[in-house]
Design a protein around this ligand. Structure first.
Ligand code: ZN
Ligand code: ZN
Ligand code: FE
Length: 753
């Protein structure tokens, strides 16, 4: 008989790993013990050599959770008589082994639906395989006293299950039942059961705030136009679509046309809001997702949501519980203060939320899921780094759709979605979430990576932290590096980074970049011909200004303004002043962002003068496109370095189409096709110059499936990669910042510039 001490890392706590090890050990006749430690799970195993081999092999094959590494060393201790689970744990190491929150498992759902089960209709039912994890964890190791369930002592029935290694609830930290667990309360209280009363209010057209896993939602009947309009008004939300929760897959099929890949994403344990093609006859109120053919659907991921949807009997708008641009509430007092004015009632419970964690958003793009917002269900599952970081690094992200990333060893942990860092509340949440992640991973960053933009609140936060090396990383370099890090790509890559804006190393706003990226090195091979932004950032909301700059440039200062509908809605005086600004180069910073080209062309084609939120007009142009109608010219100007994609011939052709009364659907389709062909030509030209390279497509523009799928198709003979686990937009930026900062730091450099 020989002994081994086996260390297992990965997502191996809170997933039923130890009971599984216990069962396998008994089955194979292995003696010893298993326990959690801060790095994962440690097994002392004693048996004959071939049995130990078989035992170790099983760990890598069918263990629950996600095993990342299995390592062992010989153990000289005397073998115990049997196998046991050691429930004490010691501190020390530093791999975060808490899983994300897990959607309710089928077994728990069946119990909740079974009138003879003691969990019948209980909204907080969970087990080893499901339930809250990250949003209730206060510290490591992940044991009940270190969670927000600490205040709920187990009743005898729950304690029996918790202590029985053969039970599904053995050492499941969040378990509870009606006798011992959290309870619902409706404020103001109704006549009966809180859940039934809340459902009645929702059916009656009221707005109810609902406390969930990682925050509060505002809910209303998704088929009730008046209720949806009231919610929109109270939340001060412009045209941004609301997400819709449906009771089950059948209900989802009634609202959207779902491919098998959509269904897989929708029903995945992460339960993201899944963007899918809305059915015209879906019966949803128009206000749910105005002027988009897409709807964001998700399925219940807690018994509370399951019970609520069943009680209401129809789809619910479920949108984060905040006033637009503020972070979601975390505590009941905060929720009462902030949400009471927005909701007619609050459905609360007494299990505290350890950290806020918004719903995630994903979409199937080019045949596979692309995470657009990485948060609940995914966080804190680490992204494995092919190249470990020698010093722990915190990357603070950008300004909009902020997330941060803490990388340590070969693991990169994204924090939850923070949102736009525009106000004090968001910044507070940002700093708190970073502090908590550092505590959970037990790591103090030695390097802090930030964007080159000095005015981003994230940059200011980074620079204010002392005792660390600060490293500035160029925005699009980071976008490309995020994909390199996520997919473990090797060597130099060609990265097409198309987004709205990001500060370049020359001080200009970039965003139509073709970069060659190799670790700390980044060469700018090509960009988009700059567009003058008259009035700077004001042009991003008043998109007619960008349209004006585009036509002014395309027609060399003599555009046919009078005939273009978009300018009819603009005061003549404004037009005159803006044209003077463009002619004189006065407060008209050049912008290379493809997002700006979308804004300007969208304004021209759709006749829209304003964008209510970043990307609104761009998305409308995407949704307007229909059919295959060929493309406009988009030549590459190779005379200068970097090369430029020259949009002037295209803009002239678009103006001709608009003047000819061509349908917006046709022009929008041609515009997309133009970008796809232009990008493909550009990439192939660069490959000729630079030699074979993997191609990375990233930046917020590649959330647009027409663009992403078109280009993947056009470059089908090449190795082309899209971001998958890290969002293509600024929500994924931090991962790339971490990688580039590490490479720069190894050369003792503190900036890309
Ligand atoms: Zn379960
Ligand atoms: Zn109980
Ligand atoms: Fe960006």
């Amino acid at each position: 008989m020989t002994g081994r001490r086996i260390a297992v890392t990965g997502t191996v706590q809170g997933v039923g790993f130890r009971p599984w090890v216990y069962r396998v050990a008994r089955e194979l006749g292995v003696a010893g013990r298993v326990r959690n430690d801060d790095a994962g799970v440690v097994i002392d195993a004693f048996a004959a050599e071939p049995v130990l081999e078989a035992f170790v092999a099983r760990l890598g094959v069918d263990a629950p959770g996600r095993v990342r590494t299995v390592a062992w060393q010989p153990l000289g201790d005397a073998a115990p008589g049997q196998f046991s689970i050691d429930t004490t744990s010691a501190g020390g190491a530093v791999t975060l082994s808490i899983p994300p929150d897990l959607a309710t498992c089928p077994t728990c759902l069946a119990e909740v639906a079974d009138p003879t089960d003691r969990h019948f209709a209980y909204p907080f039912t969970s087990c080893t395989y499901c339930g809250p994890r990250f949003t209730i964890a206060l510290a490591l190791p992940y044991d009940r006293p270190a969670t927000t369930m600490a205040g709920f002592p187990l009743c005898p029935a729950c304690a029996r299950e918790y202590d029985d290694p053969d039970d599904r609830r053995f050492h499941a930290q969040p378990i509870a039942c009606p006798a011992c667990g959290p309870r619902l309360a409706l404020e103001p209280a109704g006549p009966g059961d809180p859940l039934a009363d809340a459902a009645a209010l929702l059916r009656g057209g009221h707005v109810v705030a609902v406390k969930g896993l990682g925050g509060y939602h505002l809910a209303c009947d998704a088929t009730d136009a008046a209720a949806v309009a009231a919610l929109r008004l109270r939340k001060r939300r412009d045209a941004k679509p609301f997400a819709v929760m449906v009771a089950d897959l059948a209900a989802a099929h009634r609202l959207a046309v779902l491919t098998p890949a959509d269904v897989a994403l929708l029903t995945s344990p992460e339960r993201p809001i899944t963007l899918a093609a809305r059915r015209a006859d879906a019966g949803l109120a128009d206000g749910v997702a105005p002027d988009t053919p897409v709807v964001g659907l998700f399925l219940p991921y807690t018994p509370l949501h399951q019970l609520l949807l069943a009680a209401v009997g129809g789809p619910l708008v479920l949108t984060s519980g905040n006033v637009t641009d503020e972070p979601i509430a975390q505590h009941d007092d905060d929720a009462r203060a902030r949400l009471a004015p927005l909701a007619d009632a609050l459905l609360l419970h007494d299990r505290p939320i350890a950290t806020r964690c918004d719903d995630s958003v994903a979409r199937v793009v080019a045949g596979a899921p692309m995470i657009l917002r990485r948060s609940r269900g995914y966080v804190p599952r680490p992204i494995a780094l092919a190249r470990p970081v020698p010093r722990p690094v915190l990357a603070v992200g950008a300004h909009l759709k902020n997330t941060f990333c803490l990388a340590h060893g070969d693991a990169a942990y994204f924090g939850p979605h923070i949102g736009d860092l525009d106000d004090a509340l968001a910044l507070e949440f940002f700093a708190e979430a970073i502090e908590r992640m550092e505590r959970l991973v037990r790591v103090r960053p030695e390097v802090i990576a930030h964007d080159l933009h000095p005015d981003y609140p994230s940059t200011r936060y980074a620079l204010a932290r002392g005792g660390v090396t600060h490293v500035g990383v160029q925005h699009h370099h980071a976008h490309v590096a995020a994909v390199v890090a996520e997919l473990g790509l090797r060597g130099p890559v060609l990265g097409l980074a198309w987004d709205g804006t990001g500060l370049g190393t020359d001080g200009a706003a970039w965003g139509g970049e073709l970069l060659e990226v190799d670790g700390a090195d980044c060469a700018r091979l090509a960009t988009l011909r700059p567009i003058a932004l008259p009035g700077g950032d004001a042009a991003i909301r008043q998109v007619w200004r960008i349209a004006l700059a585009l036509v002014d440039d395309a027609f060399a200062g003599a555009p046919p303004l009078a005939e273009l509908p978009v300018f009819a809605a603009v005061a003549a005086g404004d037009l005159r002043v803006l044209r003077q600004m463009i002619a004189g180069g006065l407060n008209t910073p050049p912008a290379h962002g493809v997002g700006r080209l979308f804004d300007g062309v969208g304004a021209l084609v759709l006749g829209r003068t304003r964008s209510a939120h970043e990307g609104q007009v761009a998305m409308a142009l995407n949704h307007a496109a229909a059919g295959d109608h060929g493309a406009y010219p988009l030549p590459i100007e190779r005379g200068a370095a970097p090369w430029q994609l020259d949009h002037r011939p295209m803009v002239r052709a678009i103006v001709a189409d608009v003047l000819a009364g061509c349908a917006p659907a046709v022009i929008a389709a041609r515009f997309h096709r133009t970008l796809v062909l232009g990008a493909a030509t550009l990439v192939r030209a660069a490959l000729v110059e630079r030699g074979p390279r993997p191609i990375v497509l990233t930046g917020g523009c590649f959330q647009n499936p027409l663009l992403a799928e078109g280009l993947v198709h056009e470059l089908a003979d090449l190795a082309v990669y899209l971001p998958r686990a890290a969002p293509p937009g600024d929500g994924g930026l931090a991962l790339g910042q971490a990688l580039v900062a590490t490479c720069l730091d190894e050369r003792k450099l503190t900036s890309c510039v």
